[in-house]
Design a protein around this ligand. Structure first.
Ligand code: PNS
Length: 160
């Protein structure tokens, strides 16, 4: 069985995240979406709200048999080890993501050489989507319906 962890902030979970999750679920036997509890970030959604939304996304895709969602605090390599997962999945939209992810992959692999980071390149139609910009558009009363699913649109409407 191949266990993979897909970590991120997912505030909110975008169509780009959803596509990476769907593609990962076809490659690995089990994918755990891992929400990093980063208290320094100014999040729109609580961890519990994000877990609820991502669970709804998992059900919407129909991959509840091989995907789940949890939160974690501390190091992602420790969380992965605690789940017997040796693969980290990262979506890469372009060179800026790649530079940052390369650093993290290198340091994670030095801390735990058993863990491999696998990069999935974003599909072109999702490569420009960012959670931060979705929030900015929402706060400015713009139309963000091309960037997040109906599930997330409904959640944003309850907040803003
Ligand atoms: O969606 P994001 O904000 O890029 O997600 C970043 C996240 C949560 C994946 C990353 O910050 C992370 O792995 N945090 C856990 C702490 C950790 O392991 N830090 C060392 C990384 S080398």
């Amino acid at each position: 069985m191949s266990f993979a962890v897909y970590p991120g902030s997912f505030d909110p979970f975008t169509l780009g995240h959803k596509d990476i999750l769907l593609r990962s679920s076809k490659i690995f036997d089990k994918v755990i979406v891992a929400i990093g509890e980063n208290h320094s970030k100014n999040n729109l959604f609580t961890v519990e709200e994000r877990i609820n939304d991502i669970n709804n996304e998992i059900n919407d895709i129909g991959i509840e048999n091989n995907a789940s969602v949890e939160s974690f605090s501390g190091l992602i390599v420790d969380f992965a080890r605690s789940k017997n997962a040796n693969i980290l999945i990262k979506g890469v939209r372009g060179p800026v993501d790649y530079d940052y992810e390369l650093q993290m992959a290198g340091m994670n692999s030095t801390m735990n050489p058993d863990i491999e980071t696998i990069f999935l390149i974003s599909r072109p139609e999702f490569s420009y989507i960012s959670s931060s910009l979705v929030k900015q558009i929402a706060f400015m009363r713009g139309d963000y319906s091309n960037f997040v699913s109906q599930i997330i649109q409904d959640s944003i409407k309850q907040k803003i």
